[in-house]
Design a protein around this ligand. Structure first.
Ligand code: B12
Ligand code: SF4
Ligand code: SF4
Length: 226
């Protein structure tokens, strides 16, 4: 199968399961930042595929000033879907005779500071899905920040994409939306500590029990509405 045909096939797998954003990048200069669990194994792999599944705007409309059960269940469902997409893409790659590692959508390996296997945001940015927003999230042109991400690492040679060369421009909509005051004019000023404290507070009620919030996603719905 030609490289473009394989790419189309993998993209179709993602699309058939709700993956509406898809891109490819090289990982050579990112590997050192990967968690030790996958760092050595990833030395045999040079490519990452990034997939994004949009969050439903209706679910975000139901958020008032804190996460609720509709948002929590939707968040968990999207994580399952992302993991399924990554698994199926990985399985297709393996059946074509290549190697791959599907990276979990939301698996924490270390609590202080919180760390995962790798940064899905950084990979998605490099793979052309979007830019680094004032709210410290990966922002896509079509869905804004209302998209969750997953990554598959592979040794299959696929043509890499490029970061889109866009930014938040004259939008500041998320600054006032954050109940922790964590978002400022520049992404460098983003206050992760303030955000973490707020999501930890939101996680306290037993029925929520997980570090979610979603309020900075609400106003960030993308520049191109279709
Ligand atoms: C732990 C975690 C948290 C912790 C933060 C801890 C931390 N240190 O980052 C807490 C609980 C606070 C948190 C909060 C939220 N999270 Co969170 N979180 C994660 C998780 C599981 C690991 C992040 C990690 O390892 N961070 C460590 C550092 C090294 O990596 P990083 O933060 O991604 O990025 C750094 C570098 O990569 C670099 N960088 C270089 N290039 C680029 C490019 C871009 C675009 C960015 C943003 C950064 C970046 O700068 C960053 C700072 O050093 C990821 C899933 C994953 N595996 O990526 C989800 C993830 C980042 N979370 C996500 C979301 C949506 C949220 C929340 C909205 C909660 C919610 N779901 O309701 C808030 C938003 C907070 C915010 N505005 O940043 C999404 C982001 C999707 C997107 N469109 O960007 C992710 C990717 C989950 C997913 N599968 O989609 N999260
Ligand atoms: S709401 Fe506007 S300023 Fe905030 S991250 Fe999205 S595009 Fe950037
Ligand atoms: S997740 Fe909540 S607390 Fe953190 S930056 Fe977004 S709105 Fe603020």
């Amino acid at each position: 199968m030609k490289s473009e045909d394989v790419r189309d096939r993998l993209r179709q797998i993602a699309d058939s399961m709700g993956g509406r954003a898809f891109g490819v990048c090289r990982i050579d200069e990112l590997r050192e930042s990967f968690h030790v669990e996958i760092r050595d194994a990833s030395k045999k792999l040079n490519t990452a595929l990034s997939v994004g599944v949009p969050v439903s705007p209706g679910v975000l409309d139901a958020l008032i000033d804190r996460p609720n059960m509709i948002y929590k269940d939707h968040y968990q469902q999207i994580n399952h879907t992302l993991n399924d997409i990554a698994f199926l893409i990985s399985s297709q790659i393996n059946s074509l005779g290549y190697n791959s590692i599907p990276i979990p959508a939301s698996r924490l390996l270390k609590w202080k500071p919180m760390r995962a296997h790798l940064s899905h945001r950084e990979i998605a940015h490099k793979a052309g899905l979007g830019w680094w927003g004032r709210n410290n999230l990966l922002i896509t042109e079509k869905y804004g920040a209302q998209i969750r991400l997953v990554t598959v690492l592979t040794d299959m040679e696929l043509e890499p994409d490029k970061p889109p060369g866009l930014d938040c421009d004259d939008c500041y909509a998320c600054i006032d939306a954050c109940p922790a005051g964590a978002i400022s004019e520049t992404r460098e000023e983003f206050d992760l500590n303030a955000c973490y404290k707020k999501v930890a507070e939101f996680a306290r009620p037993e029925h929520i029990g997980t570090h979610i919030c979603g309020l900075c996603l609400q106003p960030c719905s993308g520049k191109i509405q279709t």
